[in-house]
Design a protein around this ligand. Structure first.
Ligand code: GBH
Length: 440
């Protein structure tokens, strides 16, 4: 892959956030010290997680968070994005854990950036129910009341698009529902939960609130009308369905009618102004007309009934997950968003970017990250107001339906001994952060 190896990475604006991201269910373990989540039931069902593993122990982060905070401090990030587990907060001493974590992060000079929901819904709740959005806002008030004296930057939801698609439309993630387009209310209720959470956070005094949405450019397979139409629809599902309500206060044409409840009233809540907009970027998607057959893609089986087909992007290196490596897709995505939303788009933070490769001498990961950081800088040069970049992920972890087979960490985890070993990419990122650090 082409890198500008040798040329230093250009400087980013002053005050830029440089971080890494994780999520509770993927690293914490300590499953018997929290309430059950939809993921516990899902992983207990044979065949759902490819290697048959569970996240009961994962990286055992709840018992080793000191060591992990030390890894963050040594890495030199100025921010750490983690998620708060709603099932843990519901248990007796659940908030005590986050209280200690936040204290330790502050003591280490690393800014805590919690995500309030990253897919681990309490087992008795269901996003098909509107009430879940109200319950979420109550939980958010509780967390903000406890951590808000030290946490100033908040993320409501992680990737409601993927949680809807993978968890409720295709059934390859928890809760394993295969509803296809009947999953649309799940998107609406999460968006409503987001808006109610923004209100709850504001009421607690929070002034720096964002979201982490999954987005990527959609590339039509050809310029033939059926391919263009299919690609436009895919772009609607992944990008506009989740960005338009937040940024413009409306659904894309034809979608609002499919949503439950008083949609116009809900959109007023959903469009509560945000201080910044978080984007998780991995790769563009090439999309064409449906092919009338099931498609296996990027670890997911897509049913034949879908009105589009996801196709391979040729001539690109792929990660061990099979995802193509396309750094300029990040520049394209950001300039497209700026053109599409204009001054309705608040400052942007890349809340996830990363790749899965095996090994500790992970030169492929360095090439991926190097390419994407440069592509991000090109977006800055093109005038996009970008305020931060978070690598997914600090640690190898429980990669959902893939179990422990896919390794996204800058730090290797031996899942037998739980020993952490910084990879070559950790040292590379550390050098980048040193070079970016303000000089006195
Ligand atoms: C994120 O989801 C999650 O927030 C995080 O928990 C997870 O561990 C991480 O990413 C890594 O998976 O086959 O080329 O079309 C990412 C959602 C969905 C993004 C699949 C990339 C396929 C790319 N991903 N998508 S491709």
């Amino acid at each position: 892959m082409a890198t500008d190896a040798g040329n230093p990475i250009p400087r980013f604006p002053a005050g830029f956030l440089w971080g890494v991201s994780t999520s509770a269910h993927q690293i914490e373990g300590g499953a018997d010290e929290r309430g059950p989540s939809v993921w516990d039931a899902f992983t207990a069902t044979p065949g759902q997680v490819k290697d048959g593993s569970t996240a009961a122990v994962a990286c055992d982060h709840v018992h080793r968070h000191r060591e992990d905070v030390a890894l963050l401090a040594e890495l030199g990030v100025n921010a750490y994005r983690f998620s708060v587990s709603w099932p843990r907060v519901r248990s007796d001493k659940g908030l005590d854990f986050y209280d200690r974590l936040v204290d330790d992060l502050c003591a280490a000079g690393v800014r805590p950036v919690p995500t309030l929901f990253h897919w681990d819904l309490p087992a008795d709740l269901d996003w098909l129910e509107r009430d879940t959005a109200e319950r979420f806002a109550e939980y958010v008030s509780l967390v903000a009341g406890r951590l808000g004296d030290r946490v100033t930057k908040w993320i409501t939801l992680n990737e409601p698009a993927e949680h809807t698609l993978l968890g409720h439309a295709l059934g390859v993630h928890a809760p394993g529902k295969r509803l296809l387009f009947d999953a649309l209310p799940v998107a609406h209720h999460q968006l409503l939960a987001h808006g109610l959470a923004v209100r709850a956070l504001r009421a607690s005094g929070a002034a720096d609130i964002g979201v982490a949405n999954s987005h990527g450019p959609t590339w039509a397979a050809s310029t033939e009308a059926p391919d263009l139409e299919a690609a436009d629809f895919y772009d609607l599902l992944l990008n506009r369905l989740f960005a338009d309500p937040l940024l413009l206060g409306r659904y894309p044409d034809g979608i609002g009618e499919l949503m439950p409840g008083d949609v116009e009233a809900d959109l007023k809540v959903i469009a509560e102004p945000l201080d910044w907009y978080g984007i998780n970027y991995y790769a563009p998607t090439r999309v064409g007309a449906p092919q009338g057959a099931e498609i296996e893609f990027g670890g997911v089986t897509m049913p034949a009934e879908l009105p589009f087909s996801v196709q391979e992007i040729e001539g690109r290196p792929v990660t061990d997950f099979g995802w193509p490596v396309v750094p300029e897709g990040l520049t394209e995505l950001l300039t497209t968003f700026r053109d599409r939303y204009g001054d309705r788009l608040p400052p942007v933070v890349i809340t996830e970017n990363g790749c899965s490769y095996p090994g500790v001498d992970d030169q492929d990961r360095i090439a991926y990250l190097d390419g994407h950081v440069r592509a991000l800088h090109r977006a800055v040069e093109a005038g996009v107001d970008v305020r931060g970049y978070f690598v997914w992920s600090l640690l190898d972890n429980f990669e959902w339906a893939e179990g422990y087979a896919r390794r996204f960490g800058l730090v290797h985890v031996d899942f037998g001994t739980l020993e952490r070993t910084p990879k070559a990419s950790y040292h590379w990122y550390r050098e980048l952060l040193r070079a970016q650090a303000p000089t006195a």
